[in-house]
Design a protein. Structure first.
Length: 93
């Protein structure tokens, strides 16, 4: 099972919207065995995830510590779909 974590800067509103979009795109791609969660940046250290999905401005907070999918437009399902396809092409057997 792959765990994807949608992360926002503070609060949980944008991470919840991102989680909903990630879940929809995963379903559209026909990918199973994926769990999608969400949290804010201060809580991410206590969460386990294979990859985090964040806005471009938050990506530097992760450095090389964990795989990151960085989005220029958090509302763009097309951008999210492209980047998730790339991630799964490299990380699925």
């Amino acid at each position: 099972m792959i765990k994807i974590l949608a992360v926002c800067g503070n609060g949980l509103g944008s991470s919840l919207m991102l989680k909903i979009n990630v879940t929809a795109v995963i379903k559209d791609l026909g990918i199973s065995d994926v769990e999608v969660g969400h949290c804010d940046l201060t809580s991410v250290a206590s969460e386990k995830a294979d990859v985090v999905v964040v806005t471009k401005d938050l990506a530097p907070n992760f450095g090389d510590s964990q795989p990151v999918i960085s989005l220029a437009n958090v509302m763009s399902k097309a951008e999210l779909k492209e980047k998730l396809q790339d991630y799964f092409a490299l990380n699925r057997n």
